[in-house]
Design a protein around this ligand. Sequence first.
Ligand code: NAP
Length: 282
Amino acid sequence: MADSMTSVTTPVVEAHGAKIPVIGLGTWRAGTDVAAAAVAAALQCGYRHIDTAIAYANEEAVGEGLRSGGVPRDEIFITTKIPPDQIGLGALERAAEASLKRLKLDQVDLLLIHWPNSAIPLNDSMRALCAAKRAGLTRHIGVSNFPVALLDEAVHRADEPLVTNQCEYHPRLGQTALIESCRRHGIAFTSYAPLGRTQILDDAVVTAIAARLQRTPAQVILRWHIQQPDVVAIPKSQSPARIKENFEIFDFELPPEDMAALSALARPDGRLVNPAWAPRWD
Ligand code: NAP
């Protein structure tokens, strides 16, 4: 374990000065009882990117895992997110400060608006997000669950660069338009629910590729994500064995025909995350 903790260099996606490791650990539904151990296990096997959110109610435990993982703070890219009812002027900065207290950090690397909120003027939210960056609460800013038109507007209204749009993406859900719009703005696309919350792991196309390449279905799907330019993936696991498995994807490549076969699994009803407050998707 000690060996794997030294000289780890995860490939990164670069966006407006941010260097975002292409694989991060997701922590939604990693409760306070398991999140610290999961984060520490991830750091120990080489992850340098951790994703949390105020809404996950696990920031204290994630912070504990960051401290116990034995990796210097400046080598870790940590993201948190502000819920949509707290993205107004003033409220957003206060929420970010409270997050830092729970995480026991001076600054996060990336602060995201978790979901858009049509009841709060986008201009106010972008001003607040930029103010949080200028106040040093975060090194970089971005958004999550922003469809193309809203992303364009957010970029236009922000006077600091956005570095990512974090959205659902896996082989069952095509996101070509959104990924292209991220590329146009020079920002990274971060795939959440990258494993389709396990629902695609037993797809026959996925299992056939995995068997031929002697990899697991999860490794094949994560490799499909990170082989796409400017795409980052944040698989969640609280099992040390699966955390490790999900990171062991840097020593093989999917040939173009496998990339295409996986992309061809996209279907109109492939979306898994669609709460009542979701925007109108592209
Ligand atoms: P996911 O990463 O696609 O799937 C997580 C599920 O897959 C868990 O049940 C996990 O179980 C299982 N799993 C992980 N690795 C596996 C493997 N190698 N083999 C078999 N099963 C495996 O879904 P997600 O958690 O919804 O998304 C990932 C992260 O994205 C979240 O944790 C969160 O950080 C972020 N997210 C953001 C938003 C947003 O609105 N911005 C929304 C959803 C998610 P075990 O834990 O038991 O391994």
